[in-house]
Design a protein around this ligand. Structure first.
Ligand code: BGC
Length: 821
């Protein structure tokens, strides 16, 4: 970069920083025009020599609106430059020929980042750096020829965060994550991930929040608001209907418009409206016959025109191609014209062939200048608001210490207590060692793999966490497990290295212990802890055998340990260190307590120990259903599409009946229901009041929660609404609001106010192209799970309400009918 352009960047950047940081016309700068150069002073800063010609280009002139400045930049760009800004800079440090990151010095501004936008130095346009992901910033922690380290905090995975049902806490997590994004020189975090858990086998469910769009949308909005409060951006992903990993770049998801609008898009809609993420990432898959990155109805009509999204849409990495084979054949490009005109402004990570194709399309008239200027304007708006533009001097020293405390707390609050017979937990006795079984206890899983992974400095295992809390651990078991675990891990690491970039993790086998050893431990230790571990990541889905279902070695372990310990009158606690739902019905009766911390981030062992010991009272709730058997899952019949080995087509025949909407409406008994989670204390929920018995524009629902037990704790109140279903089939109830109490001391009460808006009463009626609330009687049910309803009340809606009219969208490309009851 030439000196001249460097100084231009710096100056333009500083100006825009001031502008963006909210300096308004109320504080008008003083401008002294001189013959040669304008000298501008603003709030103590002086700018001079803005241009070597003594002239202020319009794009540099902060007195103009951002839009005017952007227009000026566009006017000055060549077609090549325009095209270069509509694709990314490629994947920094990635060697496509070898399909691996190149060894040696990574020249990327932030090594390990996922990409960025193109810089045009002659115009002072810097590159905006984007990096994964949902559980924390994913960058390289060690750099060549650099003795500093660049570790980021591994926060709990998305599912664990959502299990807190605590939007204020998630906002705090977002603030902490955003601090690392900003201080490591990144502009946009590629997260949160918020696809719906359509099926428990999706390999990326751990990154996502829930089977329910309300909880997904509210948690994502809190996260986005938290991250973005740092002045950096987010990318909510993957928009939309990316609910499986197998053949994710080539599978066509057939989904009805109603299921899309009520389930698969609704979470994104809530997040867009409540937090305005800087960017949205379109997904890999096709939706009703067209790649989502090329669907105008999705990216423009619905996202922008109906929901009011103001930011930029980027593709997922190489989105719009059918598979990596096509990408490797470098002359094959996605349909760039279709993607750009659909409203997908930025093609990531960007390949030269795409840039050429854009230039060709401009030349041939396939892409008009007006059309690409719309995309370009959005890319430039992103650039203008980025820390890169204001030349932010990032410290490379984020608040790692404080953030470790945030993740510890968030993970503890995300722990779901599934079972606690005879109050075996909290466990406080420290008179004898704990017998800790299960290979995962010694190699705790902080998070999943792929782009959802984080390069953290350390990860606290369960035994370390328990030790830190003052428990003693049986050393003989530790001595047997640790070397076994290390050996198994080495085999697994070698396998993954051999299989390459996209190899997904496999469960480590269990150590087969001598029965005598176990019996002996039942004598000498106080309690048995068994950890069951699961890991998964992008690129493949989970399996039913030995993954959703426990493997025989795990069943044996539970059987033998439970029999031996129960024979001695001792208890058995299971810890589920998993990223997605597993089968629990067949073995849960054999053990005394089950703790579900999911994959709880780098402080995981400490967080679990905090709950185990009672330092934290569990208050997490399931954001999805745990079915009795996999086959009970409503989407099991058409999972994973056809042909199964490489599905090109999958039909969402279950329609809106996803998760509890199905289990409750069709009376299928789950093992643990949506919204479920126990506490160490008890709560009374009473005094349900509606602000009116007839709905007008809004309804306030008030309820009082009292801690009736002996230990301080928090409770979640869940509002389920049953709507009249005269014109259209509806689930028996749907979650429409929730709230979490503060930490209530024994005897303390708190009143929670939840609000219902017209859209909460409405369903999407396809043939009327509208969200309509039917006239009639509505039932409000307040529960502490979807099946544990504490209070109900009714209100009426006198006249049908057309809440929102929608545009034509998502025409079907195949014939099927949604499930009805
Ligand atoms: C993933 C995205 C991720 C991107 C960049 C893709 O493979 O699907 O979630 O943000 O890579 O790393």
């Amino acid at each position: 970069m030439k000196n001249n352009s460097i100084s231009k960047i710096a100056k333009t950047s500083l100006l825009s920083a001031l502008l963006i940081s909210g300096i308004s016309w109320a504080k008008k700068p003083e401008i002294k025009e001189t013959k040669i150069n304008p000298i501008i002073t603003l709030n103590g800063f002086t700018f001079s020599d803005l241009n070597k010609n003594g002239k202020l280009d319009r794009y540099e002139d902060y007195r103009l609106s951002i839009q005017d400045r952007i227009q000026d930049l566009i006017n000055q760009m060549t077609d090549d430059e325009k095209a270069s800004m509509l694709i990314g800079i490629g994947m920094p440090g990635f060697d496509w020929a070898k399909m691996q990151f190149t060894a040696g010095k990574d020249t990327a501004k932030v090594p390990g980042s996922a990409g960025g936008t193109t810089a045009i130095s002659r115009l002072g346009i810097p590159s905006v750096i984007v990096s994964d992901g949902p559980a924390g910033l994913r960058i390289k922690s060690i750099r060549e020829e650099d003795s500093n380290t660049y570790y980021a905090t591994a926060f709990p995975v998305g599912t664990a965060l959502a299990s807190t049902w605590n939007v204020a806490l998630i906002n705090t997590v977002g603030k902490a994550m955003g601090n690392e994004v900003k201080e490591y020189g990144v502009d946009v975090l590629l997260g949160p991930g918020m696809n719906i858990h359509r099926n428990p086998l999706c390999g990326r469910n751990f990154e996502y929040y829930s089977e329910d769009p309300l909880i997904a949308g509210k948690i994502a909005a809190a996260m986005v608001n938290g991250v973005q409060s740092n002045g950096v951006g987010t990318s909510i992903k993957h928009f939309a209907a990316n609910n499986q990993e197998r053949n994710r770049m080539g599978v066509n998801a057939h989904v009805s418009e109603r299921a899309l609008r009520e389930i698969y898009l609704r979470g994104f809609e809530i997040t867009v409206k409540e937090s305005q993420p800087w960017t949205v990432m379109s997904s890999y898959n096709l939706l009703n016959g067209t790649y989502t990155s090329a669907r105008k109805d999705l990216l423009t009509t619905v996202l922008r025109d109906e929901w009011g999204f103001k930011g930029l849409v980027m593709t997922d990495w190489f989105g719009g191609y059918n598979g990596f084979g096509a990408i490797m054949a470098k002359d094959v490009v996605s349909d760039v014209a279709k993607q750009l005109t659909a409203g997908n402004d930025l093609l990531m990570p960007g390949l030269p062939a795409q840039q050429n194709a854009i230039v060709e399309d401009i030349k041939s008239g396939k892409l008009s200048k007006e059309e690409i200027n719309i995309n370009l304007r959005r890319v430039l708006e992103l650039v203008m608001r980025s820390p890169a533009m204001s030349n932010y001097k990032y410290s490379n020293k984020p608040n790692l210490k404080e953030n470790a405390e945030v993740t510890r707390q968030a993970a503890a609050e995300g722990v779901v207590l599934l079972k606690n017979n005879n109050n075996v937990l909290p466990f406080t006795s420290k008179s004898a060692p704990l017998a800790v079984f299960g290979v995962t206890s010694y190699d705790f899983i902080s998070g999943g793999t792929g782009s959802g992974d984080v390069n953290e400095a350390y990860s606290v295992s369960l035994i370390e966490g328990l030790t830190n809390s003052g428990f003693s651990i049986d050393t003989e078991l530790e001595g047997l497990y640790k070397p076994f675990m290390a050996a198994q891990k080495e085999i697994e690491t070698k396998r993954r290295e051999k299989e390459g970039l996209l190899a997904t993790p496999k469960r480590l086998p269990e150590l087969e212990l001598n029965q005598e050893v176990i019996k002996n431990k039942a004598n000498t230790s106080e309690l048995a802890l068994i950890t069951i571990g699961r890991n998964a990541g992008e690129g493949d889905d989970r399996k039913v055998d030995e993954d959703f279902n426990l493997a025989q070695d795990e069943i044996n372990l539970i059987d033998v340990v439970s029999a031996a310990f129960h024979a001695q009158g001792k208890k058995v606690v299971v810890v589920l260190n998993i990223g997605g739902v597993i089968e629990t019905a067949s073995w849960k009766d054999k053990v005394d307590a089950i703790l579900l911390p999911w994959q709880p981030g780098q402080e995981g062992g400490n967080s679990v120990a905090d709950v185990f010991s009672g330092k934290v009272t569990p208050s997490g709730k399931l954001t999805m259903t745990f079915p009795v058997k996999y086959e009970d899952t409503p989407s099991a019949k058409n999972w994973i599409g056809t042909p199964a080995e490489n599905p090109t087509s999958v039909t969402y025949e279950e329609g809106i009946y996803v998760g509890y909407r199905y289990f409750n409406t069709f009376h299928v008994k789950p093992s643990y229901e949506f919204g479920y989670g126990l506490s160490y204390t008890t709560f009374d929920v009473s005094n349900l009041k509606l602000s009116s018995s007839a709905f007008a524009d809004k309804m306030n629902v008030t309820v009082t929660v009292k801690n009736t037990g002996k230990i301080a704790g928090k409770e979640v109140v869940e509002l389920y609404l049953s709507a009249p279903a005269k014109t259209i089939d509806k689930p028996t109830e749907e979650l429409k609001a929730f709230g979490k109490t503060n930490l209530l001391q024994p005897g303390e009460s708190q009143t929670i106010v939840l609000t219902l808006n017209p859209k909460d009463l409405a369903s999407f009626i396809p043939n009327k192209k509208a969200w309509i609330a039917e006239a009639g009687s509505y039932k409000v049910a307040i529960g502490t799970s979807s099946l544990n309803i504490k209070q109900t009340a009714n209100f009426t809606l006198a006249k049908e309400k057309i809440v929102e009219k929608t545009n034509s969208a998502f025409a079907a490309d195949s014939e099927f009918t949604d499930l009805k009851h």
